[in-house]
Design a protein around this ligand. Sequence first.
Ligand code: 16G
Length: 242
Amino acid sequence: EQIGALDAQGRAPLYQRLQDALRGAIDSQLLKPQQALPPERDLAADFQVSRITVRKALDGLVAEGLLTRRQGAGTFVAGRVEKQFAKLTSFSEDMAARGRTSHSKWIARSEGSVTPDEALTLGLSPGTRVYRFARIRYADDFAMALEYSTIAGYGLPSLDAVDVSLYAALDAAGNRPVRALQRLRAVLFNKDQAALLGVEVGAPGLFIERRGFLEDGRAIEMTHSWYRGDAYDFVAELNALA
Ligand code: 16G
């Protein structure tokens, strides 16, 4: 399948016109996020240009952040997800807003007594019941994040109330958080995390801890998210104090 065409009338150098054509294919999602590009020799044949021209165009797109090279695996569409850092949205909503389909793989889910750590973080009394959910979160078929959530027992009617979206389940129970505290930190994935996400050990990631609260001030959620570092751009709007 042809990825695009060079602007035949264009005056720009050949490699730039190829770069434009490939950028267009990425913008229009003809080349999908995280998709592997065809080998350089195939691109050269398709566009009837030299491999040097292909190489130069790809270098340009890598510099723009639209493509990434992975050692020994080839060149991929970067397809970073832009995420508003200061919006209280869910993973499912973030992906839907970008036209991506999301799904999760369960690592574990359980019900039990709050641990001392959870009790302190969530401000719960020792002995309180909590639900725990551990998931690999996918955009299309690409593993974006690992997520470990602890939900106060009063937040959900049962363990299996959560199907695809935790926030949808909390919403249905009238317990979706309305306020949250969040912190973000750079991490390197360890062996277990790397295996779950399909990245190399030591690949960069972003760790985010979110603590969510209900209208009445009670804590409802503590989630530890481990996002792929190469799949996210966190953005925020900053306003000068009036
Ligand atoms: C997001 C939240 C996480 C929340 C989850 C619910 C961040 C950093 N974290 O990943 O706290 O539990 O969404 O997603 O945004 P869901 O409703 O799709 O299960």
